[in-house]
Write a protein that binds this ligand. Structure first.
Ligand SMILES: Nc1ncnc2c1ncn2[C@@H]1O[C@H](COP(=O)(O)OP(=O)(O)OP(=O)(O)O)[C@@H](O)[C@H]1O
Ligand SMILES: [Mg+2]
Length: 500
């Protein structure tokens, strides 16, 4: 906190409820020009809610809100924009059907005097802005055709270069590879040095410590700590977040870890010589019952395409898939499902229904098996209640619309679906993305339970920690090819990064 300066943004005694749920209780928060302020806290602690108040998304709350020392109340996101505040939301808020250029200029396309959109100028300027951020992409590409990580980078670039003097980033690095995170941090530091006030939310405590000047910790809707980043440690922050010893929960995987002697059960899936133009080259591997196979690689290494092929959403150019000894074509997702394959995709929006209650979201997978007619709403709720309990989903109310849950809790719902009627093969893409350390541990336990039930599990992730915490055996994918297999040997974060 810079001495003797007044904050550009100050919130005092902010309280915010959603129906009966109190999301924030008497929170004070200040942001200074030229400061990177890190925000950490468990899933559902209230981080996004506070930031959405600042960004004008939630106009209803109690407490005082000052910008440049003047009391203010935003009625809409537009008001916040006008005051120079821009936010990258936790859930990607890009328009997939528009071009990259249109997304970069969302809502303020350059127009001629006649009010016509100047396409050429827009494409050129978008291209230049993205290039400054190290993104090389044709500005006229449809955004939805790009990998999630690239979409996320483009959204970040849009906000960072919008000229805002207050920038809020809610979990911006979740889909980024290490070099991209470095590039983002370099840009944040430069903007900070130019006087921008930046709020940075992340569950990667090491990142928070590395890039922030000040760190604030939230717990259960309250601010429980605020400190200079240089004056705290990872362990202390985790302890403040969850109220118990943190070291045991979060490993940094810098030291070698011994992968188990692989004695998985029978082969469930055999992939042979899978190729797809520009994405995959002769990928072969086996997934065994009772084993977690980790597939690690940087963004764009082919993971996404591989998971889509396994779930029948994408057709490979060549190669074969064999499930339980029988060749499968996986011509459709229905065919993949019939073969016993379940997928939790990277973009969970595609399979979650924000306007439907939590229990419906959980029972959807079951309805594929049991006809909807056979399952009574009370049964649906009962099944969902058990999952919500087991996964410690917060708040534990199955009738709430999914959209009302915090990001990390929505994530758990995406996983909960598969617990009652487990598939033969479960493919998990980035299963712990956006989760706090406690929730990550819950997921580790769930995956171990499913493994003990004899499922074959494949975990795909661009985060070394995720793969290291879950996998019994690890493949490294690089530019669409398997370049290394780790099994029954020591492995660490560095070894993975080196191989990728
Ligand atoms: N639109 C909404 N309607 C109802 N409840 C909501 C809404 N948005 C958030 N909440 C509730 O407010 C609380 C705080 O949620 P918030 O999204 O701020 O958490 P968070 O700290 O950002 O968590 P995460 O790390 O999981 O993103 C949670 O209990 C959540 O369920
Ligand atoms: Mg959040």
């Amino acid at each position: 906190m810079p001495e003797g300066r007044s904050p550009i943004l100050e919130l005092q005694g902010i309280t915010k409820s959603f129906g009966g749920v109190e999301a924030l209780r008497g929170v004070d928060f200040a942001l200074y020009a030229g400061e990177i302020h890190g925000l950490v806290g468990e899933n559902g602690a209230g981080k996004s809610t506070l930031m959405k108040i600042i960004a004008g998304v939630h106009p209803e709350y109690s407490g005082r809100f000052l910008v440049d020392g003047k009391e203010t109340r935003f009625r809409s996101a537009r008001d916040a924009h006008a005051a120079g505040i821009a936010m990258v939301h936790q859930e990607l808020s890009v328009a997939p059907d528009l071009s990259v250029a249109e997304n970069v200029f969302l809502g303020n396309q350059p127009t001629s005097r006649l009010g016509l959109v100047q396409w050429r100028r827009m494409a050129r300027e978008a291209g230049e802005q993205l290039a400054r951020f190290g993104i090389d992409v044709d500005p006229m590409t449809r955004l939805g055709d790009l990998p999630i990580g690239l979409q996320q980078l483009i959204e970040i670039a849009r906000v960072l270069f919008s000229g805002a003097r207050i920038v809020i980033l809610d979990e911006p690095t979740s889909a980024l590879s290490p070099p991209e995170v470095e590039r983002l941090f370099a840009t944040l530091r430069r903007l900070r040095d130019e006087g921008t006030g930046i709020v940075f939310i992340s569950h990667f405590i090491e990142d928070i410590l590395r890039v922030s000047d000040t760190v604030t910790v939230f717990r259960n809707g309250r601010k429980v700590a605020e400190t200079a980043a240089s004056a705290t440690t990872k362990g202390a922050l985790i302890e403040a977040m969850i109220g118990r010893g943190g070291e045991a929960l979060e490993h940094s995987y810098t030291d070698d870890l011994m992968l188990p002697r692989s004695d998985g059960g029978p082969v469930v899936l055999k992939v042979d010589q899978l190729s797809l133009a520009r994405s995959l080259q002769d990928v072969s591997f086996e997934a065994r019952s009772g084993e977690v196979l980790g597939i690690y690689g940087f963004m764009g290494c082919g993971q996404q395409e591989l998971s889509r092929i396994l779930f029948g959403k994408l057709k490979p150019d060549s190669g074969t898939l064999v499930v339980d000894g029988a060749p499968k074509s996986f011509a459709s997702t229905a065919a993949a499902r019939r073969a016993g394959v379940a997928l939790v995709p990277e973009s969970r929006r595609a399979m979650l229904f924000h306007q439907e209650p939590v229990y419906k979201n959980i029972s959807i997978s079951i309805l594929d098996r049991i006809s909807a007619m056979l399952l009574k709403p009370a049964q649906e709720r009962d099944i969902a209640k058990r999952q919500v309990e087991q996964l410690q989903i917060r708040p534990p109310v199955v009738g709430l619309d999914l959209g009302m849950l915090s990001g990390g809790n929505q994530q758990k719902v995406a996983l909960a679906k598969w617990l009652t009627y487990p598939p033969r093969l479960l493919v998990l893409c980035e299963p712990t993305r956006g989760m706090d350390v406690g929730a990550k541990n819950d997921v580790i336990n769930i995956v171990r339970d499913l493994r003990a039930k004899g499922l074959a599990i494949i975990v795909l992730s661009t985060e070394p920690e995720t793969v290291l915490s879950l996998a019994d055996r690890i493949l490294v994918l690089k530019r669409g090819a398997v370049v290394r297999e780790f099994k029954n040997e020591p492995v660490s974060k560095d070894r993975l990064l080196e191989a990728a």
